[in-house]
Write a protein that binds this ligand. Structure first.
Ligand SMILES: Cc1ncc(COP(=O)(O)O)c(C=O)c1O
Length: 436
C-alpha cells in the first residue's frame, strides 16, 4: 500500500508541504484518491515576478515555428550574423580540444585570453591605469557579462539610467538586480542618441549608473567621440558607474571600428566596458563575452560568477583566443562580413526611401533598421500592430518596438541574404501603403 508521508519544510515565512510517496508495483491498483500526488502550484518567486520573456527571442521562435509548419517566412527578427564562424577559429578550437582544453579553467577565464583582451584595450586606452589581465572577467556571452555587472553594482534603491530605445535585456537585468530603471528617451531626429544634458535632467541623488551601448541595438546609431566624451565626463563628475556595451563595435560603416569608451576616457575607475566575440567574429553560439573594469569590481564579478556558472566553456575560450590574436585573418573576415552588411543596408535603405512617408533611422553600425510604424486608429502600440500585419499578411518577421520601450517603431535585422532583405523591404513598403 502506498504511504503518503506529508512533511513540511519552511523557507523563510513560507511553508511547503511535500508528499513523499513510497510506491510499490501493487500500489498502482490502489484507489485513486489514495495515490494522487497534490500538485505544487507554481508561483513565480519575487525575484522574477516582473520578468518578461525576451521579445526578440520570442519573434525568432515564432518565425521558426511558422517555417516548420511550412510557411515561407523571411525572418528579420534575428540578432545574429548570418555568417559562419571563420574556419581558422573553428580549427584552433578543434586543436585545443585535442590538446586537452576540456576541463574547468579559472572562473575569470584563461590568462592568455585575458592578456589578449587587455592588449587590445591598451591599444586605444591611453590613461595611466593601463588595463591588466586581472581587470578582465570572461563570461558565457556578453549577456552574462552585463548581468554580472548589473547584479554586482546595482541593488534596491538604486536608479539606473537607460537610453530609450535600448536592447530589451537591459531593462530586465536592472530589474533583476532589484534596482529601478529610469528610461531616458532619445529623439528620433538624432537617431535616438541621448545627450549628457538629457541624462543629467533624468538623474536624481539615487542615480547609481548608466547603460550605454554603441553602435546601438536597435537603431544602428553610433555615438561619435565628442558625444561619448561628454557622457563619460558627466558620469565621472557625478560618480556613476557606466556600463559601456560595445558588442557591435566592429560592425561599423564609417570607420573600421566604432568609437568606444577607451578611445575617449582618461580614467576608467567608473567604467565597465563590455564586449565579446559573438557579433564581430560570427561566434554567437560559442558564448564568450567579457568585462573590463577596475580590479575590485572584477573580483566581485568573479566571485558572483564562481557561484553561478564558473568559467565559460574552455573550448570557446580557445576559439576566442584565436579570434583575438590572429588579427590579420580576423580583420579580413570582419571586413568581408561588414562589406556584405553595408551592401544590404544601402540596398534596403534605397527601397525604403522610395516611400517618403517611411521614417527610418540611418544606421552607421550594427545590422538593424529601425522603422516608424504607420499610425494605428487607436494611436497605441503601432509597432506591434505593424509587426503582426507583416507576419500575417507579408510573411516577414520583425521585432515590435515595444521590446525596446518605443512602441511606435519596429526593428528589422538585415542579417539575412541580400535577396531576402530586399524582398522584405519591398513588402514593408507595400504594407505601409495598404490600409490596415
Ligand atoms: C546590445 C547587445 N548587447 C549584448 C548582446 C549579447 O550578446 P552575446 O551573444 O555576447 O551574449 C546582444 C545580443 O543580441 C546585444 O544586442
Amino acid at each position: 500500500m502506498a504511504r503518503h508521508m506529508p512533511r513540511s519544510v519552511s523557507f523563510g515565512s513560507r511553508t511547503i508541504v511535500i508528499y513523499h510517496i513510497v510506491s510499490k508495483l501493487a500500489d498502482f491498483h490502489a484507489p485513486r484518491a489514495l495515490t494522487m500526488t497534490p500538485i505544487l502550484r507554481y508561483q513565480p518567486s519575487a525575484n522574477i515576478a516582473q520578468l518578461r520573456e525576451s521579445a526578440t527571442i520570442a519573434v525568432s521562435a515564432k518565425a521558426k515555428a511558422l517555417k516548420a509548419a511550412g510557411r515561407q517566412i523571411i525572418d528579420l527578427g534575428a540578432g545574429e550574423p548570418d555568417f559562419d564562424t571563420p574556419s581558422f577559429i573553428n580549427e584552433a578550437a578543434a586543436k585545443a580540444v585535442q590538446n586537452g582544453a576540456t576541463r574547468y579553467t579559472a572562473t575569470e577565464g584563461i590568462l592568455p585570453l585575458r592578456e589578449a583582451i587587455a592588449a587590445q584595450a591598451n591599444a586605444t586606452y591611453k590613461g595611466a591605469d593601463r588595463v591588466l589581465a586581472g581587470d578582465i572577467v570572461v563570461s558565457t556571452g556578453s549577456k552574462q557579462s552585463l548581468f554580472n555587472a548589473c547584479f554586482t553594482l546595482f541593488g534596491p534603491g538604486d536608479e539606473v539610467l537607460i537610453p530609450v530605445p535600448s536592447w530589451t535585456s537591459y531593462f530586465e537585468m536592472v530589474e533583476l538586480a532589484r534596482a529601478t530603471v529610469v528610461p531616458v528617451a532619445g529623439e528620433a531626429l538624432r537617431g535616438f542618441k541621448v545627450t549628457a544634458a538629457q541624462l543629467a535632467k533624468a538623474a536624481t541623488p539615487r542615480t547609481k549608473g548608466l547603460m550605454l551601448n554603441s553602435p546601438v541595438n536597435p537603431t544602428g546609431s553610433v555615438y561619435d567621440e565628442a558625444e561619448l566624451r561628454s557622457i563619460l565626463d558627466l558620469a565621472s563628475e557625478r560618480g556613476w558607474w557606466v556600463l559601456c556595451d560595445e558588442i557591435y563595435q566592429r560592425i561599423a560603416y564609417t570607420s573600421a571600428s566604432a568609437p568606444g569608451a577607451f578611445d575617449v576616457a582618461t580614467t576608467r575607475d567608473n567604467l565597465i566596458v563590455i564586449n565579446g566575440v559573438a557579433k564581430a567574429y560570427a561566434m554567437t553560439g560559442w558564448r564568450i563575452g567579457w568585462t573590463i573594469s577596475q580590479p575590485a569590481v572584477a573580483k566581485a564579478m568573479t566571485a558572483f560568477q564562481s557561484h553561478t556558472t564558473s568559467n565559460p566553456a574552455a573550448v570557446s575560450q580557445h576559439a576566442a583566443l584565436a579570434a583575438m590574436t590572429r588579427t590579420a585573418e580576423a580583420d579580413a573576415a570582419i571586413a568581408a562580413m561588414v562589406s556584405q552588411f553595408r551592401a544590404r543596408r544601402d540596398s534596403a535603405m534605397a527601397i525604403l526611401r522610395q516611400d517618403p512617408r517611411i521614417e527610418v533611422v540611418a544606421p552607421d553600425g550594427a545590422f538593424y533598421l529601425f522603422i516608424r510604424a504607420p499610425k494605428t486608429a487607436s494611436g497605441e502600440d503601432a509597432g506591434s500592430a505593424f509587426a503582426a500585419k507583416l507576419l500575417d499578411q507579408a510573411s516577414v518577421a520583425v521585432v515590435p518596438g515595444s521590446a525596446f520601450l518605443t512602441p511606435d517603431w519596429i526593428r528589422a535585422s538585415y542579417a539575412a541574404e541580400q535577396s531576402e532583405v530586399d524582398e522584405a523591404m519591398r513588402r514593408i513598403v507595400a504594407a505601409y501603403a495598404s490600409p490596415a
